[in-house]
Design a protein around this ligand. Structure first.
Ligand code: GLU
Length: 285
């Protein structure tokens, strides 16, 4: 059975781009007699707020969506994520990184990962076990990074996945994980990162089709590598176009793009919102 999920981070109100993503998910599930699930990606304990989670639920219901199972909240699974991290550390495929953001930016010399963040120069990769142990004993905070070169060497073969974009015919894509360098898989504050929690949960929820915005397409290479390392299945991917604002820029919570919450409060109906998306995207829901 086809299983897909909409996975908002409750750090702001949802906007029309989220509505498009949720509707694309639900439409796919409906077309295949499958399941549409909701996952709350709240590993960021500082930025996640209950009022945004509640508003997301209400926005989705307002759009006419429902999900047959209780939503999964990532903050309830830190133990499971920690076990994955410990496994990768024990296999020598990950290592603790004590660097501050400033130190990384200074050493990255302008190199960037696909998210535009300074590419990690590998400073902590070859730290001796003694120095590492001393730092940990002294209570120094650390993130956990994937050792990309070792991870790729362990897998050996080129990794691929099936990509449908918004259509019905899959293309076989090469997973380009190396672009991320030694990516953070465990943050300083919590034993997970978006990438690790996402691949763990997609597998735990039995997700067969990941429907999400094109802004996450580059992350897929890293996700496919993590799945291979962790022995998890690789779902099919369906990255969709992003909804742009009047200036052709990506909608963003941080830019105060018109939220679904504000549209609702302003008396816009779900039918109006669907029509707006139909007009902008040429996709009828
Ligand atoms: N939580 C992510 C976001 O709100 C989505 C992650 C995903 O669909 O894989 O952008």
């Amino acid at each position: 059975m086809l299983i897909c999920r909409f996975a908002p981070s409750p750090n702001g109100f949802l906007h029309l781009g989220h509505a498009y993503s949720a509707l694309m998910n639900a439409r796919l599930a409906r077309a295949h007699g499958g399941l549409f699930l909701l996952r709350i990606e709240d590993i960021d304990r500082e930025r996640s707020k209950p009022q945004f989670e509640q508003a997301a639920r209400e926005d989705l219901q307002w759009l006419g969506l429902d999900w047959p199972r209780p939503e999964r909240r990532q903050s309830g699974f830190f133990g499971a994520y920690r076990a994955l991290l410990d496994g990768l550390l024990a296999r020598g495929l990950a290592y603790p990184c004590f660097c501050t953001r400033g130190a990384i930016a200074a050493k990255a010399a302008g190199a960037r990962d696909p998210d535009g963040a300074p590419l990690y120069p590998g400073s902590c990769r070859d730290m001796t076990p003694d120095v590492r142990a001393q730092k940990i004993a002294a209570g120094e905070k650390f993130a956990v990074r994937l050792d990309m070169a070792r991870a790729l060497a362990e897998i050996e073969r080129p990794l691929t996945y099936r990509e449908f974009f918004e259509g019905d015919t899959p293309q076989v894509m090469t997973a380009r994980a190396a672009l991320w360098g030694d990516a953070v898989i465990g943050r300083r504050d919590v034993p997970a990162s978006y990438h690790l929690a996402c691949v763990h949960d997609d597998a735990a929820q039995g997700v067969t089709d990941v429907v999400r915005g094109a802004d996450l397409e580059a992350a897929t290479g890293l996700h496919v590598l993590l799945q291979a390392l962790l022995g998890l299945p690789t779902p099919d991917y369906r990255h969709h176009r992003l909804v742009l604002d009047e200036d052709g820029k990506k909608l963003a919570k941080s830019k105060g793009s018109k939220t679904l919450h504000a549209l609702r409060e302003g008396g816009v109906t779900a039918a109006d919102a669907r029509a707006m998306l139909g007009e902008r995207m040429g996709t009828q829901f």
